[in-house]
Design a protein around this ligand. Sequence first.
Ligand code: SAH
Length: 359
Amino acid sequence: MLPPPDLAELEPNELESLLSIQGAERFHARQIYRWVYRHGLEQFDGMTDLSRRLRDNLTGTLAFSTPQIANRERSSDGTEKFLLSLADGRTIESVFIPDTPVMTFCVSTQVGCAMRCGFCLTGRMGLTRHLTAGEIAGQVRVLARELDLQERRFNIVLMGMGEPLHNYDATMKALRILASPAGLALSPRRITLSTVGILPALARLATEPWIPNLAVSLHATTDTVRHLLIPTSRHQRLRDLISACKQLPLKHRDRITFEYVLLEGVNDTPADAQRLARLLLGLRAKVNLIPLNAAPGIPFSRPSDQQIDRFARSVATAGVIVSVRKSRGRDIRAACGQLIVEGGSGQSSAQRVAELLRK
Ligand code: SAH
């Protein structure tokens, strides 16, 4: 027997169809969405503007999965990390950052990650599985409810565990769910998708009716170094990645962010700064430098503040907008690349790469 449909996985139009199959009016979809996304309800019973009959009917025919909070930790800087457990017992992490300068939810798209970037702890886990659209949107639903922010403005960054473009369909569906006017009504301008830049997926993204802000993890200015840092980029050239970015339709005044993890002695030289600026010439781009969040088992070091400053100035002088990301929630391991929920391995290969790069 097929499992019942899960409300968490339904976009408004899918919910409408389902209602009409059951002989109910389609407009109830808006009411249900409002209860779920604006009021945080997890049961049909409390949806008091639906008839008792419809509520009972829905309870009998629809499942509704919501990630459960297994742990919640608060950093001294106000950042909060949520460990959420999913229907199959797998766990993921989502992070709330109170002021960047806007309130921001950092959301996961996979359990683990298949990209295996040499400096990222999540990459060590490998990929356990993709998240469903409902599990991706569900993180926002749960955090907004827990923090009582359903009626407030916040941003979403897909920078938690996982590679969003490796889980393309579920990610885009989750964004449609979150953008739905009856629900949280998040505008695409409030959502940033961070990616290593999978070329066919970027081409597909360029054809979407609405596109979130894009942050591309560049991390290197030569193919050799990039291939070593991001093993899955091995079949991709930087120039092709840049061309793919040029194909993305940008709205007036929008820019693509290029993330660049600064690793001492690996990609932080004056020549790198020059090459970085040259690569991005002619693109509506801004660079976000991310000083490495070091962790045991990560075989790289963070450059000194002075070095970081010099690199940033040099990129800026070459005419590119640049910012340095402030690390948040490091004391609770909530910072970039520190989300990990299951033991990982692969340390030796990362170590090898680090040695190669320092040569
Ligand atoms: N898979 C997506 C989202 C990853 S997390 C991507 O690759 O873009 C968001 C950013 O944090 C990425 O740029 C990622 O490379 C970076 N990151 C990963 N580990 C890090 C670490 N230890 N220190 C600093 N940034 C890190």
